[in-house]
Design a binder for this molecule. Structure first.
Ligand code: PAF
Length: 275
């Protein structure tokens, strides 16, 4: 496995691979990322991973400085999962002095977009750059970031990128907690409390399976579960169309139920697509 630090290094390596699957990450890899890498490799015969904590998708009061980093560990995990090369640039390599361009996909109605203004323009900008540098045939993302998945799908479609976008199911711990690099912030008691996010989704899934289609009722089911956990502070529980991210008020057969909550100081997100 090769480590590329510069765009020029990737450009000279890229022609070696006829088809290339790509997994963009911010590092501190976990089993959820590694599943995406294995999927990319199986589909294309070769896989690239980027490791870059993208400063322009963090707000001033976000956890950019604190975000967990361990490149040596990430490289060992990526290699064991079958990665052919890792692109891990310094911030100055992607954002040289004077960089001002932003890619704005315009999916503005999502709850996460409203909670984190500017975040998805930061994501869409870095992903566009990474796609241009890596030139993958396929890129694989996780469903845990449902709004991000919708943004990337639309980006690839609207800009005719010619890259297949695949969204893989959320990888979960044995108790249901969605895998996330940010889970490493949790203290043992917070980690125990964090399972409430997936329990809240399960409550809505159960109601949906019983025939409930009213988005407000499904949302209330999830909210009730979250509200019962003293360590959880709800940021939002949202019910939306999975493609447009527009909020739903009328009964629907496909509903994206997404939520964000703070467990202690750690903000976690999770979601489920009902139907
Ligand atoms: O999902 C992530 O880890 C990031 O948002 C991504 C897609 C790597 C862009 O920085």
């Amino acid at each position: 496995m090769q480590l590329c630090r510069t765009v020029a290094e990737v450009r000279s390596l890229r022609p070696k691979f006829a088809r290339l699957g790509f997994v963009p990450t911010m590092g501190y890899l976990h089993e959820g990322h590694l599943r995406l890498v294995r999927r990319a490799k199986a589909a294309c015969g070769a896989a690239a991973v980027s490791i870059f904590v993208n400063p322009i998708q963090f707000a001033a009061d976000d956890d950019l400085e604190r975000y967990p980093r361990d490149l040596a560990r990430d490289l060992a995990l990526a290699e064991a999962a079958g990665t052919d090369f890792v692109f891990a640039p310094e911030a100055g390599e992607l954002y040289p002095r004077g960089f001002t361009t932003r890619v704005d996909v315009g999916l503005t109605e999502g709850a996460e977009n409203r909670a984190r203004p500017g975040h998805f323009a930061g994501v869409a900008t870095v992903v566009t750059k990474l796609f241009n540098i890596i030139q993958p045939s396929l890129a694989v993302f996780g469903q845990k970031d449902a709004e991000q998945a919708a943004v990337i799908r639309k980006l690839a479609r609207d800009l005719d990128l010619g890259i297949k976008i695949e969204i893989a199911p959320t990888a979960r711990e044995a108790d249901g907690l969605a895998m996330s690099s940010r889970n490493s912030y949790l203290t043992p008691s917070e980690r125990a409390a964090a399972v409430v996010l997936s329990r809240a989704l399960q409550a809505a899934e159960f109601a949906f399976a019983q025939g409930e289609r009213d988005p407000a009722v499904l949302r209330a089911r999830a909210l009730t579960v979250l509200a019962a956990e003293p360590l959880a502070r709800v940021d939002y529980v949202a019910v939306a169309d999975p493609d447009t991210l527009n909020p739903l008020s009328l009964p629907a057969e496909r509903i994206l139920l997404s939520l964000a909550a703070r467990i202690g100081a750690t903000r976690l997100i999770d979601n489920t697509v009902l139907g």
